[in-house]
Structures are given as structure tokens and as C-alpha cells.
Design a protein around this ligand. Structure first.
Ligand code: FE2
Length: 282
């Protein structure tokens, strides 16, 4: 097939985050187009492909074209039933008997920050059924949020370490009985400021960020709360109102995301695939 990568058209959503990408759906599997999409991701942090309507098989092929595939949610109930490596996100009680992990996504987070793998490079999310109310996914650019911090604040946090844990990620939604066994669940120490080999820096924050190593709980959590409030300023954020068939990709190590609450019986269903991180945080 003759593919011209100039056919990739980009509409910038906001200066600090977001771009809509218009591209022929048959072209997205081509290496040159995939490479262009990864370059755009580096620039815009979150990309929207309006109503591109990929099947699971096509979403997996697109994910594979963009990088190495990773699946870190195989043990989540309802996880990748039906199609391997495609994580179904729903609150539908018939499909997801343990909704706490999905309810935890109502709060700002990075995917995979609590487990012992390189943080996934990017998440690929497609809308299969929307909710009549709520359900917008919001993204915050944590490279831009870091960059805009006052210099003295950057200096104060540059060498801090933060522990991300599953128990912190679901603290707002789980009962004490549910939380107890989770306390033995996954936890991972990360740098609070992640510096890439290319020099770019992002903040590793969000609700899974439990405490700062070497700081009192109160002081550490207050710092994490302040940084989260900073990153959630409208200038760093984009809120996407889904249409069925839309697909989004975000730079997971340099973005937070959350969903605006939606009714469990709305049937809202999203399918997620993930691109492996190649650069360890440590
Ligand atoms: Fe997520």
C-alpha cells in the first residue's frame, strides 16, 4: 500500500496538552505512520483519534505497531476475558464482580505505577459504549506541570522518592475489609520527579502515590496533594467527551488521567491496551 505520512492531519486542542489526529484507519499500522504518531505523542501528551472504530484485533495490531505490547492487568476480575491483552473497563456487575479497581479510576492516576515493571509508555483506550451522563476521561500533562513549577519548588522535590501502592489507589472507594488484604498488595518506590534519558522530567503523582520516603505522613501527603492540585489546573488538562469508536493514546509516564463518574448500569465500556515502557524509572 502506498502510504503518505503527510496524510496525518493534526488539530492542536490546547497549547499544553492534547491533539486530534485525523488519519486513514488503514494507514495506522504502517511503520512510518506509527512513528509519526509516537512523535506527536511526545509533543502533545494525549492524542484523540475520532471515531476510528477499531475492532479488538485492530487495536492490538495498532498497539503492536506503536511499540511492544504489555499486559499488567491479567489478574483483575473480568480483565482480559474474551480477547487476550485487551482489558475491558466496565462497572457492569455481570462482567465485573469486583468494581473497586474501576471505581479507583474516578481519581487521578498513572497506569501501572504500583507494580514492578517499567511504567507503561502509553495507554491506548477505545470507547465501545458511552454513558448518557459522565464518563469523560480527563488528562493532565505532568511534564508541563513540572516544567511550570517555580525553580525553588523544583529544587526542593528533585531527589524525593514516592511509594505508589494499590491500597492508596483504591483507598477512596474500598471498605476497610477490602483494604486489609490489599495492604499486602503491590507497592513500588518511584522517583517523585522522573528524569528521562533525553532530559524530560515529569511528576510521578496521583492517588496511588501513598507517601514520600523519609518524610512524615502528614508532610509527605500534603506535598503530594499540593502537586496534584497544581497538575490539575485547567491549563495542563484536557477533558475528552467520548463518542463511540473514539480512541485515545496518552503518554502514561507523563500524564495523569481519571474518569468523571458515570452510572454502573449505563453499560459504559472501554477497551484498553498498553505499550510497554522501555526506560526504567530508577
Ligand atoms: Fe487508568
Amino acid at each position: 500500500m502506498d502510504i503518505n505520512i503527510d496524510t496525518v492531519r493534526v488539530d492542536v486542542i490546547k497549547p499544553e496538552i492534547g491533539a486530534v489526529v485525523h488519519v486513514d484507519r488503514n494507514a495506522i499500522f504502517e511503520p512510518a505512520v506509527a512513528q509519526r504518531i509516537m512523535e506527536l505523542l511526545e509533543i502533545h501528551d494525549a492524542l484523540i483519534f475520532p471515531q476510528i472504530n477499531l475492532s479488538d484485533k485492530e487495536q492490538l495490531a495498532f498497539t503492536d505497531a506503536l511499540g511492544a505490547r504489555v499486559n499488567f492487568t491479567t489478574t483483575v476480575p473480568g480483565g482480559d476475558a474474551d480477547t487476550r491483552d485487551v482489558y475491558k473497563i466496565t462497572l457492569d456487575k455481570d462482567k465485573n464482580p469486583e468494581p473497586e479497581y474501576v471505581l479507583g479510576t474516578f481519581f487521578w492516576h498513572m497506569d501501572g505505577a504500583t507494580i514492578n515493571i517499567p511504567v507503561p509508555k502509553a495507554s491506548v483506550l477505545s470507547s465501545r459504549k458511552t454513558s448518557p451522563t459522565g464518563g469523560q476521561t480527563q488528562f493532565s500533562n505532568t511534564y508541563a506541570a513540572y516544567e511550570a513549577l517555580p525553580e525553588d519548588e523544583k529544587k526542593a522535590i528533585e531527589n524525593l522518592r514516592v511509594v505508589h501502592s494499590v491500597v492508596a489507589a483504591v483507598r477512596e472507594v474500598a471498605s476497610p475489609d477490602q483494604l486489609e488484604p490489599m495492604k499486602r498488595g503491590a507497592a513500588q518506590e518511584q522517583p517523585l520527579v522522573w528524569t528521562r534519558k533525553n532530559g524530560r522530567k515529569s511528576l510521578m503523582i496521583g492517588y496511588s502515590a501513598d507517601y514520600i520516603v523519609g518524610m512524615s505522613k502528614a508532610e509527605g501527603r500534603a506535598l503530594l496533594a499540593r502537586l496534584l492540585e497544581w497538575a490539575a489546573q485547567p491549563r495542563f488538562c484536557y477533558s475528552h467527551d467520548w463518542k463511540e469508536g473514539d480512541l485515545a493514546i496518552w503518554d502514561n509516564g507523563g500524564a495523569l488521567h481519571r474518569v468523571i463518574p458515570y452510572p454502573a448500569d449505563s453499560g459504559r465500556t472501554m477497551h484498553r491496551t498498553s505499550i510497554a515502557g522501555l526506560e526504567p524509572t530508577n
